[in-house]
Ligand binder design. Structure first.
Ligand SMILES: Nc1ncnc2c1ncn2[C@@H]1O[C@H](COP(=O)(O)OP(=O)(O)OP(=O)(O)O)[C@@H](O)[C@H]1O
Ligand SMILES: [Mg+2]
Length: 253
């Protein structure tokens, strides 16, 4: 593959918490339009790794490239670099983190005005498109507290999309939701994937990973222990640690 075909490149990423080595030499190249699922046991370093991609977590070393931005991580980024990086990544967390005192429309429009300098009319027009995309056009004037968890999470997705990111990062976006509300969110994510959005999804939803992801990455103890086409990795894991993880997942369900 040509260098330019990769939208995210991470090389030898390390994260240390004091003497604890939470992410160890992780290298990952992601093609434009690719959907990558990251799975693995609790404490594997999945969230920590995902959060290095937009520098919510500061790696001790490594090289990070998102879109046209490329940074060596052994020194602090300037505020301007950080802003560019954050703009090119859209992050969706387990907790929805909407602004409770703002309507849905304002939650999605305000960041566009603040970060991208769009006018109110431009921002609201884009917000209307995004609300349609997450099937919540009728909720523009509602406050988050009046929405279900699944609806709030779909608004959080629309808000992240509003900044036109190069890549969407999801950290267990459905694990705080009742199963049927999780399905609504997974359906929207599946549509985004079908439309060609580049996505990195940390998830316990192995069925979703199997159906939607182009590649599955298994992490344990801060390392990538296995990766490949989901159906193959899930059916025929090569490492004993991966086997153990999938066995535990099956037993839990
Ligand atoms: N701010 C922090 N300070 C110290 N240790 C931390 C910090 N954040 C995470 N860790 C540790 O780093 C390791 C990896 O944590 P991380 O949250 O990335 O795991 P995870 O794979 O996302 O787990 P889970 O599936 O439970 O969300 C864990 O042992 C955790 O306790
Ligand atoms: Mg986590």
């Amino acid at each position: 593959m040509q260098e330019a075909d990769f939208i995210v490149r991470l090389k030898d990423i390390n994260v240390q918490y004091g003497s604890y080595h939470a992410v160890k030499n992780v290298t990952l190249d992601i093609a434009r339009g690719e959907v990558v699922a990251i799975v693995g046991p609790s404490g594997a370093g999945k969230s920590t790794f995902l959060r290095t991609i937009n520098m919510l977590e500061q790696p001790s070393s490594g090289i990070l490239q998102v879109g046209s931005f490329r940074f060596a991580l052994d020194h602090a980024l300037t505020g301007e670099q950080l802003l560019k990086l954050r703009r090119s990544t859209g992050m969706v967390f387990q907790s929805f983190n909407l602004f409770p005192h703002m309507t849905v429309r304002k939650n999605i429009s305000l960041p566009q005005m603040r970060v991208l300098g769009r006018s109110q009319a431009e921002a609201d027009a884009r917000t209307a498109q995004l609300l349609e995309r997450v099937h919540l056009s009728d909720k523009a004037d509602s406050y988050p507290a009046r929405l279900s968890g699944g609806q709030q999470q779909r608004i959080a997705i629309a808000r992240a999309l509003a900044l036109d990111p190069d890549v969407m990062l999801f950290d267990e976006p459905t694990s705080a939701l009742d199963p049927e509300l999780g399905l609504e969110v997974l359906a929207v994510m599946r549509e985004l994937a079908d439309e060609g959005m580049t996505m990195i999804v940390v998830t316990h939803e192995i069925a979703f990973a199997a159906e939607v992801a182009d590649r599955i990455i298994v992490m344990a103890d801060g390392e990538v222990i296995e990766q490949g086409v989901p159906a193959e990795v899930i059916r025929n894991p090569t490492s004993s640690r991966t086997k153990k993880f999938f066995r535990a997942v099956v037993e839990r369900h």
